[in-house]
Design a binder for this molecule. Structure first.
Ligand SMILES: C[S@@+](CC[C@H](N)C(=O)[O-])C[C@H]1O[C@@H](n2cnc3c(N)ncnc32)[C@H](O)[C@@H]1O
Length: 204
Protein backbone atom coordinates (compact mmCIF):
# COMPACT_ATOMS: atom_id res chain seq x y z
CA UNK A 1 0.00 0.00 0.00
CA UNK A 2 1.51 3.35 -1.07
CA UNK A 3 0.43 5.07 2.13
CA UNK A 4 1.46 2.21 4.42
CA UNK A 5 4.23 1.59 6.94
CA UNK A 6 7.04 1.74 4.37
CA UNK A 7 6.01 5.21 3.24
CA UNK A 8 5.99 6.57 6.77
CA UNK A 9 9.18 4.78 7.85
CA UNK A 10 10.90 6.29 4.82
CA UNK A 11 9.61 9.78 5.67
CA UNK A 12 10.80 9.58 9.26
CA UNK A 13 14.18 8.06 8.39
CA UNK A 14 14.99 10.66 5.72
CA UNK A 15 13.57 13.92 7.08
CA UNK A 16 14.60 15.93 10.10
CA UNK A 17 11.81 16.08 12.70
CA UNK A 18 11.45 19.84 12.25
CA UNK A 19 11.47 19.65 8.43
CA UNK A 20 8.17 17.82 7.89
CA UNK A 21 5.26 20.07 6.91
CA UNK A 22 3.19 19.11 9.96
CA UNK A 23 5.96 19.98 12.46
CA UNK A 24 4.84 21.98 15.47
CA UNK A 25 7.40 23.12 18.04
CA UNK A 26 4.64 23.25 20.66
CA UNK A 27 1.16 21.72 20.18
CA UNK A 28 -0.60 24.53 22.02
CA UNK A 29 -4.10 23.88 20.70
CA UNK A 30 -4.02 20.10 21.24
CA UNK A 31 -2.76 20.55 24.80
CA UNK A 32 -5.40 23.11 25.62
CA UNK A 33 -8.21 20.99 24.15
CA UNK A 34 -7.01 17.87 25.98
CA UNK A 35 -6.64 19.71 29.30
CA UNK A 36 -10.11 21.14 28.96
CA UNK A 37 -11.60 17.71 28.10
CA UNK A 38 -9.69 15.88 30.83
CA UNK A 39 -8.98 17.95 33.95
CA UNK A 40 -8.32 14.70 35.84
CA UNK A 41 -4.63 13.96 35.28
CA UNK A 42 -5.30 10.21 35.57
CA UNK A 43 -7.50 10.30 32.45
CA UNK A 44 -6.22 7.89 29.79
CA UNK A 45 -5.22 9.75 26.64
CA UNK A 46 -4.27 8.28 23.28
CA UNK A 47 -2.57 10.15 20.45
CA UNK A 48 -3.38 8.40 17.17
CA UNK A 49 -0.61 8.73 14.58
CA UNK A 50 1.48 10.68 17.07
CA UNK A 51 4.57 10.42 14.87
CA UNK A 52 7.37 12.51 16.31
CA UNK A 53 5.05 15.04 17.91
CA UNK A 54 6.17 16.41 21.26
CA UNK A 55 2.57 16.15 22.52
CA UNK A 56 3.21 13.06 24.69
CA UNK A 57 6.14 14.76 26.41
CA UNK A 58 4.10 17.90 27.00
CA UNK A 59 1.28 15.81 28.48
CA UNK A 60 3.78 14.16 30.83
CA UNK A 61 5.05 17.60 31.82
CA UNK A 62 1.47 18.66 32.49
CA UNK A 63 1.15 15.73 34.91
CA UNK A 64 -0.84 13.19 32.90
CA UNK A 65 0.02 9.64 33.93
CA UNK A 66 -1.73 7.41 31.37
CA UNK A 67 -0.55 8.37 27.88
CA UNK A 68 -0.49 6.16 24.80
CA UNK A 69 0.99 6.99 21.40
CA UNK A 70 0.02 4.83 18.43
CA UNK A 71 1.66 5.08 15.02
CA UNK A 72 2.03 2.91 11.95
CA UNK A 73 5.75 3.82 11.75
CA UNK A 74 8.25 2.08 14.03
CA UNK A 75 10.80 4.62 12.88
CA UNK A 76 8.64 7.49 14.18
CA UNK A 77 8.00 5.74 17.48
CA UNK A 78 11.69 4.91 17.98
CA UNK A 79 12.71 8.50 17.36
CA UNK A 80 9.91 9.92 19.52
CA UNK A 81 10.92 7.52 22.31
CA UNK A 82 14.56 8.56 22.05
CA UNK A 83 13.63 12.26 22.09
CA UNK A 84 11.61 11.79 25.25
CA UNK A 85 14.59 10.25 27.05
CA UNK A 86 13.83 9.43 30.70
CA UNK A 87 10.14 10.09 30.17
CA UNK A 88 9.78 7.47 27.43
CA UNK A 89 9.05 4.47 29.71
CA UNK A 90 6.13 6.40 31.22
CA UNK A 91 4.37 6.41 27.84
CA UNK A 92 2.81 3.35 26.16
CA UNK A 93 3.99 3.08 22.54
CA UNK A 94 1.91 1.08 20.08
CA UNK A 95 3.06 0.28 16.55
CA UNK A 96 -0.13 -0.37 14.59
CA UNK A 97 -2.12 0.56 11.53
CA UNK A 98 -5.20 2.25 12.96
CA UNK A 99 -7.36 0.57 10.31
CA UNK A 100 -6.31 -2.89 11.52
CA UNK A 101 -5.86 -2.27 15.22
CA UNK A 102 -7.98 -4.05 17.83
CA UNK A 103 -7.77 -2.00 21.05
CA UNK A 104 -7.48 -3.95 24.29
CA UNK A 105 -8.69 -1.14 26.54
CA UNK A 106 -10.43 2.25 26.45
CA UNK A 107 -9.32 5.86 26.60
CA UNK A 108 -11.06 9.00 27.84
CA UNK A 109 -9.50 11.22 25.18
CA UNK A 110 -8.76 10.23 21.57
CA UNK A 111 -6.52 12.77 19.78
CA UNK A 112 -5.69 12.59 16.09
CA UNK A 113 -3.86 15.37 14.29
CA UNK A 114 -3.58 14.75 10.57
CA UNK A 115 -4.15 10.98 10.38
CA UNK A 116 -7.82 10.36 9.56
CA UNK A 117 -7.60 12.66 6.55
CA UNK A 118 -5.21 10.22 4.84
CA UNK A 119 -7.97 7.60 4.75
CA UNK A 120 -9.57 8.29 1.38
CA UNK A 121 -11.07 4.81 1.05
CA UNK A 122 -14.49 4.46 2.79
CA UNK A 123 -13.68 0.91 3.95
CA UNK A 124 -10.55 2.15 5.76
CA UNK A 125 -12.52 5.07 7.21
CA UNK A 126 -15.06 2.55 8.53
CA UNK A 127 -12.24 0.50 10.04
CA UNK A 128 -10.94 3.64 11.79
CA UNK A 129 -14.41 4.30 13.20
CA UNK A 130 -14.53 0.68 14.37
CA UNK A 131 -11.27 1.16 16.29
CA UNK A 132 -12.54 4.46 17.70
CA UNK A 133 -15.75 2.82 18.91
CA UNK A 134 -13.84 -0.05 20.51
CA UNK A 135 -11.34 2.29 22.20
CA UNK A 136 -13.82 4.72 23.78
CA UNK A 137 -16.88 4.64 26.04
CA UNK A 138 -19.80 7.01 26.57
CA UNK A 139 -18.52 10.44 27.59
CA UNK A 140 -15.12 10.12 25.89
CA UNK A 141 -13.79 13.16 24.03
CA UNK A 142 -12.58 12.80 20.47
CA UNK A 143 -10.35 15.50 18.98
CA UNK A 144 -9.66 15.10 15.28
CA UNK A 145 -7.66 17.63 13.25
CA UNK A 146 -7.87 17.34 9.48
CA UNK A 147 -7.19 19.70 6.62
CA UNK A 148 -10.19 22.01 6.22
CA UNK A 149 -12.22 22.10 2.98
CA UNK A 150 -9.98 24.90 1.68
CA UNK A 151 -6.80 23.31 3.03
CA UNK A 152 -4.23 21.39 0.97
CA UNK A 153 -5.43 18.33 -0.93
CA UNK A 154 -2.18 16.44 -0.37
CA UNK A 155 0.23 15.88 2.51
CA UNK A 156 3.52 13.99 2.51
CA UNK A 157 2.96 13.25 -1.20
CA UNK A 158 -0.34 11.49 -0.45
CA UNK A 159 -3.90 12.56 -1.30
CA UNK A 160 -6.08 13.56 1.63
CA UNK A 161 -9.80 13.94 2.22
CA UNK A 162 -10.65 17.37 3.64
CA UNK A 163 -13.42 17.97 6.20
CA UNK A 164 -15.29 20.71 7.96
CA UNK A 165 -16.53 19.81 11.47
CA UNK A 166 -20.07 18.86 10.38
CA UNK A 167 -18.85 16.63 7.56
CA UNK A 168 -16.38 14.94 9.86
CA UNK A 169 -19.04 14.38 12.54
CA UNK A 170 -21.32 12.88 9.90
CA UNK A 171 -18.55 10.58 8.67
CA UNK A 172 -17.74 9.36 12.18
CA UNK A 173 -21.39 8.51 12.65
CA UNK A 174 -24.26 8.78 15.12
CA UNK A 175 -22.28 7.57 18.15
CA UNK A 176 -20.52 10.94 18.29
CA UNK A 177 -21.92 14.41 18.97
CA UNK A 178 -20.16 17.48 17.65
CA UNK A 179 -19.42 19.70 20.66
CA UNK A 180 -16.90 22.23 19.44
CA UNK A 181 -14.65 23.23 16.56
CA UNK A 182 -11.62 25.40 16.00
CA UNK A 183 -9.78 26.56 12.91
CA UNK A 184 -6.02 26.61 12.79
CA UNK A 185 -3.75 28.22 10.22
CA UNK A 186 -0.63 26.11 10.57
CA UNK A 187 2.62 27.63 9.39
CA UNK A 188 4.84 24.92 7.89
CA UNK A 189 8.64 24.99 8.27
CA UNK A 190 8.77 25.95 4.56
CA UNK A 191 6.63 29.02 5.26
CA UNK A 192 3.30 27.86 3.77
CA UNK A 193 0.01 28.24 5.61
CA UNK A 194 -2.28 25.22 5.94
CA UNK A 195 -5.87 25.51 7.09
CA UNK A 196 -6.66 22.79 9.63
CA UNK A 197 -10.06 22.08 11.12
CA UNK A 198 -10.14 20.78 14.71
CA UNK A 199 -13.34 18.91 15.46
CA UNK A 200 -14.23 18.02 19.05
CA UNK A 201 -16.86 15.35 19.62
CA UNK A 202 -18.30 13.50 22.57
CA UNK A 203 -19.09 9.78 22.51
CA UNK A 204 -22.80 9.20 23.18
C1 LIG B 1 0.99 14.09 9.08
S1 LIG B 1 1.68 13.05 10.28
C2 LIG B 1 1.08 13.77 11.80
C3 LIG B 1 1.92 13.36 12.99
C4 LIG B 1 1.45 13.94 14.33
N1 LIG B 1 0.07 13.64 14.60
C5 LIG B 1 1.70 15.42 14.41
O1 LIG B 1 0.71 16.18 14.48
O2 LIG B 1 2.87 15.81 14.42
C6 LIG B 1 0.66 11.59 10.12
C7 LIG B 1 1.09 10.49 11.07
O3 LIG B 1 0.15 9.42 10.99
C8 LIG B 1 0.84 8.20 10.93
N2 LIG B 1 -0.06 7.29 10.18
C9 LIG B 1 -0.40 7.35 8.88
N3 LIG B 1 -1.26 6.38 8.56
C10 LIG B 1 -1.50 5.69 9.70
C11 LIG B 1 -2.29 4.56 10.02
N4 LIG B 1 -3.03 3.95 9.08
N5 LIG B 1 -2.29 4.10 11.29
C12 LIG B 1 -1.53 4.72 12.24
N6 LIG B 1 -0.75 5.79 12.00
C13 LIG B 1 -0.73 6.27 10.75
C14 LIG B 1 2.14 8.50 10.23
O4 LIG B 1 3.17 7.60 10.48
C15 LIG B 1 2.44 9.90 10.77
O5 LIG B 1 3.19 9.83 11.95
Amino acid sequence: MADGREHWDRVYSTRAPDAVSWYQPFPERSLRLIRSAAPDLASPIIDIGGGMSVLAGELLQAGYSDITVLDISNEALDRARRNLGDGAPRVTWLAADITQWRPSRRWAVWHDRAVFHFLTDPARQDAYVGALLAATATGATIIVATFAPDGPDRCSGLPVRRYGPEALAERLGPSFVLVDQEAEFHLTPAGATQHFSYTILRRR
